[in-house]
Design a protein around this ligand. Sequence first.
Ligand SMILES: Nc1ncnc2c1ncn2[C@@H]1O[C@H](COP(=O)(O)OP(=O)(O)OP(=O)(O)O)[C@@H](O)[C@H]1O
Ligand SMILES: [Mg+2]
Length: 621
Amino acid sequence: MNANPKPLDSTALDSTDHPFDAVASELAWSEARKRSLQRTVQALFREHLLNRDQLITEGAVSWLPLWSQQGMLRFDGLALGRIGDCRLAGSVSYYATGERPQPVAHAAALLACLAPSLPGRDADLRRLVHELDNSLANDILCLGYRRTWARTLRAEFGAGDVHFIAALRQSAHANPALLLEQWGTLGHPWHPTFKTKLGLSPDEVLALSPEFQPTLQVPVAALRADKARVTFAAGAGDYAAWFADRFPQAAHRWEAALTARGERPADWLPLPLHPFQAQRVIPQKFAAEIAQGDLLLPDGVCIDATPTMSLRTVVPAGSPALPHLKLPVSLRLTSVQRTVSPKSAVMGPRLTRLLGAVLEREQGFGGTLDVVREDVGLHYLDPHGDDDRARHLAILFRANPMAKAGAGRFPVPVGALFAESPFSGRPLATELVALAHGDHAAGAVAYFERHARTVLTALLSAYLVYGIAFEAHQQNSFIMVDDRYEPVQLLARDFGDLRIHGPTLRGAGLEIDVYRAGFTVYDADAPVRDKLLHAVLLCHLAELALLLAHAYGHAEHHFWDALRREIDAVFIALRPRVDADRWQAERAALLEHDWPAKSFLRMRLSDTSDDVHGTMPNPLA
Ligand SMILES: Nc1ncnc2c1ncn2[C@@H]1O[C@H](COP(=O)(O)OP(=O)(O)OP(=O)(O)O)[C@@H](O)[C@H]1O
Ligand SMILES: [Mg+2]
């Protein structure tokens, strides 16, 4: 890895810089610019940094006066939808009074024009522009690689079915869910900085990101056993033995390396590290622990692995059975630094236990809900109790979602539904529509109804009856389809920001110990509901509705109506099981009142990882 990556800025973005042919580079460049502009315009309007009520639209052209800076923005082919979703068919230009119009080609250029109208200091804006540039540069790399990758996938799977998903399912591929998630890594649908990976050189981006299907070598460190806290979902266990059961070869080499150094393996615990962390973070941040002999980095003890849609969670040898490793990567990816906090390492297994109890009681709500277990969490015990250090040296072992596949069950990462099929170029969601219901508008509505019913039966039940809000956005969700490609189950992963309404959980006769008061379990209902609305209703179901409406050229209201009907149906079915006041209040919040709108640009402008929410009119009202 390059130890001193060249900082990226817009001037450093030379399309001849990366290893793809010239045509692919040009196309990638132009496509990536469009995407960056669309996401940023969308966020600016959605977060009321630009005021959509002041748009003056004549035909396909919209003008936005910027009073405070005596300028105007011109948008060609701009359409803003009910959740602030933005479509931008043409170009954007800026007109400063008395000057020539200035074309605005990408996100950073737009922010430069808008600087006088935006909140925050110059330094905040410069930081955001840097993050946007970085996202654009990485997206160009991804798009350049994708053309060749699509060709390879057509050659590999194209002889069978006309649908990529079906061809892949019927193939001998060891881990179709993983291939779908790597192919489907488009990035968060709302973040303007959806591909930001700050601090990586382009070579490192290629070497570490799921969009390039890399193989990583994950070194296995040794942490002195009394310096670690291990939490098991099963309650207790022998961590070293658990690890050796799953990774016998690595465990064997690790023990041999310790013995060769004159150490007793029993005094140590094996700790896989992300290669970025091992090379660029641990040697400095934990220099004291290394010097004291509490942390060893034995040479040549590695597990091969490949990243999932979340760069930091990796799959050993791409296996369909071995546990996924969620590893700290002390880099700003998309929005926040992706470490694994002691809270997550402890609460993941505890939540796994709680969710197991709920699923057993409820038979998975008619089989519609299952979870990817977080079986073991380990974190460093900082001598000063400093969790801000410990979060850089931790791990969560999660079950393998592909292990849930079987007769009549095939897990499709929801994020992948938004990616194009390498066969047809149309969104992969249209393949499920075609396979399950027929490739037409009525089929799309039927598929959407079935998908929404499955997800809502699973997640609204958990929410209304137990107060549990899963963060089931696209990346945290698999939709399980049956042999006919009908959705039958929501498989939820990632309990890192799952939120629970304490009074409702206790009312259902269950409880959970929290790692720290004020996190995971809330007395107030708003933070819990906001999670559900943002992750499940907006980022997952509403985005799917919009995708299908546009893919089939079918009026959106058909999908919004279906979503409202399906939510209402779950409320009606659960009425006898939910406290009457809660039932009324939640129904009104979901179907009538304003919804929260997470403000990603504002969060980046103020450099906070705490949720900042505006509101939007309820799209279902
Ligand atoms: N369609 C998508 N929706 C949301 N996030 C996406 C999507 N595609 C890629 N991502 C990436 O996945 C990550 C989602 O963040 P989140 O906190 O849910 O996951 P994580 O904690 O990093 O990993 P895991 O889900 O394995 O626990 C971000 O890094 C984001 O950029
Ligand atoms: Mg996640």
